[in-house]
Design a protein around this ligand. Structure first.
Ligand code: CA
Length: 230
C-alpha cells in the first residue's frame, strides 16, 4: 500500500519540488500551508509520516509536532531554514525523527523519508524505543564514558560526545552540520573537516580494540550513523 505523507510547507516553490520528488517515489502526499490545517489533516486521516516546516504563517511546525506527539509516535521530519538552526536541537528534543536544513535537495529528503519509514516499519508500534546502545559499545551517560567489550575507551571530550551522540540514536544519520551543533555546540572554528577528522580518530581507536566491522558508517552527501549491531 502506498505510504501517505503529510507535508506542511508554506512556500509554494519548496512544496512543489518536494511534492514532485515524493510523488515520483510513489508516496501519496497531502500538502497544507498552515499549522491548523496540518493538525486537521492529521486528525482526520493520520499519515504514515509528517514533514513539517518550522516557520509557517499561523505558528510553527514545533507546535504541530507537540500536538501530534500527545497521541502519536508517527515519524516526523522538520524542515528548517538556515537562521532556525538553533532550533534544531529543540526539534530533536520534541521527538522529531530527523530534520533537513534549507536549501536541501528533494532527493535527500526522499532518501531520509525512505530510511525513516524502513526503520519504523521494522519496529512494532507498541515497543519501547531501541536502547541507546549497540551490542559492541555501551554508553554510560552518568559517568560520561563508553565501554568497548570489557574495557572503557580512552576518549577525548569531543570524541566521547561524537560517539555518544551517534550511540544515542543507532542507525540515525546525522549530518555534519548536526554533529557540529550537537557535539561542538556550534563553536566557530569547527568545520566539516573537524567532524571527519574525529570520525577517523574514533574508527582508529575502535579498530585498535579489535572492532572489525565498520561500525561508524559514512553516508555519502548525508553524514554519519552508527550501526545497531546485534
Ligand atoms: Ca516557511
Amino acid at each position: 500500500m502506498r505510504k501517505r505523507i503529510l507535508l506542511l510547507e508554506d512556500e509554494q516553490a519548496i512544496a512543489d519540488t518536494l511534492l514532485y520528488a515524493l510523488q515520483s517515489e510513489g508516496f501519496e502526499v497531502q500538502h497544507v500551508r498552515l499549522a491548523t490545517h496540518a493538525l486537521e489533516a492529521f486528525r482526520s486521516q493520520p499519515p504514515d509520516l509528517a514533514i513539517l516546516d518550522v516557520g509557517v504563517p499561523d505558528g510553527s511546525g514545533f507546535d504541530v509536532c507537540r500536538a501530534i506527539r500527545k497521541t502519536s509516535e508517527m515519524p516526523i521530519v522538520f524542515l528548517t531554514a538556515r537562521h532556525e538552526e538553533i532550533d534544531r536541537v529543540l526539534g530533536l528534543e520534541l521527538g522529531a525523527d530527523d530534520y533537513v536544513v534549507k536549501p536541501f535537495s528533494p532527493r535527500e529528503v526522499c532518501a531520509r523519508v525512505r530510511a525513516i519509514l524502513r526503520r519504523s516499519a521494522a519496529t512494532p508500534l507498541t515497543s519501547e524505543p531501541a536502547p541507546p546502545t549497540s551490542a559492541l559499545l555501551q554508553l554510560d551517560e552518568a559517568a560520561q564514558r563508553i565501554r568497548c567489550g570489557n574495557e572503557w575507551l580512552a576518549l577525548t571530550r569531543y570524541e566521547f560526545q561524537l560517539l555518544a551522540t551517534l550511540l544515542r540514536r543507532p542507525e540515525r544519520i546525522f549530518s555534519r552540520v548536526e554533529l557540529m551543533d550537537l557535539v561542538w555546540g556550534g563553536a566557530l572554528d569547527t568545520s566539516d573537516r573537524t567532524v571527519d577528522a574525529h570520525v577517523k580518530l574514533l574508527r582508529a581507536k575502535l579498530r585498535a580494540r579489535g572492532v572489525q566491522a565498520e561500525l561508524i558508517q559514512t553516508h555519502r552527501n548525508m553524514g554519519y550513523s552508527i550501526r545497531a549491531v546485534d
